[in-house]
Design a protein around this ligand. Structure first.
Ligand code: ZN
Length: 271
């Protein structure tokens, strides 16, 4: 029960304060995003422990690095908050991982909860890098449900480069988690992370192409993922009103966690 140890709270606060200051200095994420990351990071640190936190930190640092690279090269993609992540993005990507970390701090089921945590993180990691690296693709991406060419940044748009980006995320997470922790063997960790990441990022694209709300601005008539544009409310043209890019991310991480636990059960059965 690591969260009962006062030392871990002090350690978490110190390390998070350092990351907080660096993030603010280099504008990794906006103020709301930094505060939300601090809270998510703190809960994961004290309930999940150092291993959970290091896996999360890897995801955070690699994601902001690729976001910075992408923003430098392709600035004109709409609605990506200019490469600065907000609190909604942090929660959408971190809520499922936080829930599994808390459960792991309160339960004896260490192996399955760690698998679920890695599944949620893998889905978020794969999808974030797929988006960032996919946006560097020089040609038109294709919509996952019908393979028609669409504009870069369209919800549900996929490219080979994006899937390669997802693989970078999954490989990084596999190497880190299997090096710093032995609850899962290397092969278990790899199979769980690649399966949940691939399923998570694909579900994310399918939901993005189908149920996610798409809007048209009443002022400039541009298509947008956002319900407001040019300072006024945009008109909904497709999808479900309450499902936005963050809802889709959250659903994909929940599915990633579920896939991870199923894969672990299957691996235990065939062993
Ligand atoms: Zn507009």
């Amino acid at each position: 029960m690591s969260y009962l140890n006062p030392y871990i709270h002090l350690e978490a606060l110190t390390i998070l304060a350092i990351i907080f200051l660096i993030s603010m200095k280099f504008r990794f994420i906006d103020r709301g995003g930094v505060v939300t990351s601090f809270i998510v990071g703190y809960i994961i640190y004290v309930f999940g422990g150092r291993v959970y936190f290091l896996a999360l930190l890897t995801f955070y640092l690699v994601s902001v690095a690729f976001t910075k690279i992408r923003v430098r090269r392709v600035k004109e993609v709409e609605n990506k908050e200019d490469g600065v992540r907000g609190w909604r993005n942090v929660l959408a990507n971190g809520l499922t991982a936080t829930a599994t970390a808390v459960a792991s701090g309160l339960s004896a089921e260490q192996k399955i909860l760690f698998a679920a945590y890695l599944g949620a993180l893998s889905s978020a990691f794969a999808d974030t890098l797929a988006t960032e690296i996919g946006l560097l693709y020089p040609r038109m991406p294709r919509l996952i449900i019908n393979m028609k060419k669409v504009k870069p940044g369209t919800p549900g748009a996929v490219t080979y480069l994006g899937y390669m980006g997802g693989l970078i995320g999954m490989t990084t997470l596999t190497l880190i988690s299997s090096t710093i922790d032995k609850r899962l063997t290397f092969y278990e960790a790899a199979i769980i992370i690649y399966s949940s990441g691939l399923v998570g990022m694909t579900i994310d694209s399918i939901l993005g192409a189908t149920v996610q709300a798409k809007y048209r601005c009443r002022v400039c008539s541009k298509n947008t993922e956002s319900s407001t544009h040019c300072g006024s409310t945009a008109e909904i043209i497709e999808g479900v009103k309450y499902i936005n890019t963050h809802t889709v991310n959250l659903i994909a991480t929940i599915i990633g966690a579920i896939v991870a636990t199923i894969i672990l059960e299957v691996l235990n059965t065939i062993k």
